[in-house]
Design a protein around this ligand. Structure first.
Ligand code: C5P
Length: 416
C-alpha cells in the first residue's frame, strides 16, 4: 500500500489516562511515515506524559490551552481555529471518560476539545477510549460514545487485558502500531481513487437466530463487529454498501444501507436478491449451520425429562453466491477456525468458489468473536497467503479491502 500518511497533517489529542505514556511512540511512527504531527495535550494528560517528550518527537510545540499568554502576537489567539483547519485527521488516544463527555457535550475549555469543534467536516476523527473496565461499561460513557459515533467519529473500543488497577477488563488502549493502521484506513475517505468507488458491495454480518420455540433460539457469540467494520471501510472508499445483519448491538456505519434479519433463511432470502447486481459479496456473518426443523408454537413446557431437537441444514449463502457468480463478481469469505485452520480455510475457499478468504483464529482474547481486534491470514484463490498482525477490526477490514482492490486490478488486467 502507498504511504497514505506522507505529508498529511495529523493532530494527536492526548488526555489523562495511563496509556498516554505510549503516545510518544505513536508520534514517532507517524513522523516515520512523513506525517506532520501536532499535539493537543489535556491537563490530565500532562500527569502521564511529558510535554517536552512530545515536543521533541513531534518537532513542534505542544498545544494545551486555548488562551495564549497576554503578550502573544499574530495568529496564536485563534490557534484552536487554525488547527481545526490545518488537520487532515484527528486521533484522540487515549480518550478518557472525561474527555469523551466533553466532546459529546460540545464543551471546549482546552485546545483538544476546542479544535474538535473547529475541525472541518469530513475529516476523520478516530477516538480510542481507554480506562478502567468498569468505567468503560458505565451507561454515561457508553452514551457519550454512542453520541460521538452517531456524529461520524470512528470510536474504536479498547482491548481486553490487564489494566492499571491490576484487574482484567476491557479498557486497554490498542498499541501505537494498531492505532496507526486504523488511521491509515480512515484516510482512505478520499474515495475517488479507490477501486471500490461506485461499486455495489453486499456484506453479511453478525449471528443468526434459529427459533426453537416462541421464546428460545440457537445462536452464537458473533458481535457483528468485523462485518460492520468492513461495511464502514468499504463505504469510506466510496462503495455503495448494503449490510445484511443478524441481531447485534451496533450503530449503522455512515453511508451504509442496513437490512436487519434474524434467521439464516431470512438472511439467505435478502442476500439472494443482490446476487445478480452486486460487484462484491463479503460473507462476514456467522450464519448458523443448522436450524430446528420446525419452531414449536408458543413456549415449550419443561415437563419432559428430556427432549430431542431435530436440526436441518441451513443454506450456505456465500457458497451459493460463489458458485453462481458471473465473471467480474467477487466472493469473499471469513473462516473462523480453531485447529488445522489454514487447511480448512483453503478447503472452504475452493468448495465455495471464493476469490479470497480471511482466516481468523478463534481464541476470544485477541481474535475471533466479540473482541475488537483480529489476527487474520488472507488466502487468495491462487494460493497466495498474507499473514496480518493483530489489528483493530477496523484496520483489519482495511487490509481485507486492500486485498480485494488488488484482485480488481488483476481482473481489470485480464478483462480490460
Ligand atoms: O461456516 P463456515 O466456516 O463455512 O463459514 C465460512 C464463510 O461462509 C463465512 O464467510 C460465512 O459468512 C459464510 N457462510 C454463509 N452461510 C452459511 C455458512 C457460512 O454465508 N450458512
Amino acid at each position: 500500500m502507498d504511504n497514505i500518511l506522507r505529508g498529511k497533517n495529523i493532530i494527536v489529542g492526548i488526555s489523562g489516562g495511563i496509556a498516554a505514556y505510549k503516545t510518544p511512540q505513536l508520534v514517532r511512527l507517524l513522523k516515520k511515515c512523513s506525517a506532520n504531527v501536532r499535539i493537543a495535550l489535556t491537563d490530565g494528560g500532562t500527569h502521564f506524559v511529558s510535554e517536552l517528550a512530545l515536543a521533541t518527537v513531534s518537532e513542534e510545540r505542544v498545544y494545551r490551552s486555548i488562551f495564549p499568554p497576554a503578550d502573544t502576537t499574530g495568529t496564536d489567539y485563534t490557534r484552536h481555529i487554525s488547527l481545526g483547519e490545518w488537520a487532515d485527521a484527528l486521533v484522540i488516544a487515549p480518550a478518557t471518560a472525561n474527555t469523551l463527555a466533553k466532546l459529546s457535550a460540545g464543551l471546549c475549555d482546552d485546545m483538544l476539545s476546542a479544535l474538535f469543534i473547529t475541525l472541518r467536516p469530513g475529516k476523520p476523527v478516530l477516538i480510542f477510549p481507554a480506562m478502567d473496565g468498569q468505567m468503560f461499561l458505565s451507561p454515561s460513557v457508553q452514551r457519550n460514545i454512542a453520541t460521538l459515533a452517531a456524529q461520524g467519529c470512528i470510536v474504536i473500543s479498547p482491548e481486553s487485558g490487564e489494566l492499571a488497577s491490576g484487574q482484567c477488563g476491557t479498557g486497554r488502549m490498542p498499541e501505537p502500531e494498531s492505532i496507526l493502521s486504523s488511521l491509515e484506513e480512515a484516510l482512505h475517505c478520499t474515495a475517488q481513487d479507490s477501486a471500490f468507488y461506485g461499486k455495489s458491495v453486499v456484506v453479511t454480518a453478525g449471528p443468526t437466530r434459529e427459533k426453537i420455540d416462541g421464546v428460545r433460539f440457537i445462536s452464537n457469540y458473533s458481535s457483528g463487529k468485523m462485518g460492520f467494520a468492513i461495511a464502514r471501510a468499504a463505504a469510506q472508499r466510496g462503495a455503495l454498501v448494503t449490510l445484511i445483519t443478524g441481531p447485534v448491538h451496533l450503530a449503522t456505519p455512515p453511508g451504509v444501507t442496513r437490512l436487519d434479519v434474524e434467521s439464516a433463511v431470512e438472511m439467505h432470502g435478502v442476500a439472494q436478491s443482490f446476487f445478480k447486481s452486486c460487484a462484491i459479496f463479503i460473507g462476514a456473518a456467522a450464519v448458523s449451520d443448522y436450524r430446528p426443523v420446525a419452531a414449536i408454537e408458543g413456549k415449550m413446557k419443561k415437563e419432559m425429562p428430556e427432549i430431542e431437537l431435530t436440526l436441518v441444514k441451513n443454506p450456505d449463502i456465500l457458497a451459493e453466491f460463489g458458485i453462481q457468480k458471473a465473471p467480474g463478481q467477487l466472493a469473499v469469505g471469513f473462516a473462523l477456525e480453531t485447529q488445522t485452520g489454514l487447511d480448512n480455510a483453503r478447503k472452504k475457499l475452493k468448495a465455495k468458489n471464493l476469490d479470497l478468504i480471511a482466516f481468523n483464529f478463534f481464541d476470544r482474547k485477541s481474535s475471533g468473536f466479540e473482541v475488537d481486534t483480529n489476527i487474520i491470514t488472507l488466502i487468495e484463490s491462487d494460493g497466495g497467503t498474507t499473514e496480518l498482525p493483530q489489528l483493530t477490526k477496523y484496520a483489519a477490514a482495511g487490509r481485507v479491502l486492500d486485498a480485494i482492490e488488488k484482485l480488481f486490478v488483476q481482473q481489470a488486467g485480464i478483462n480490460p
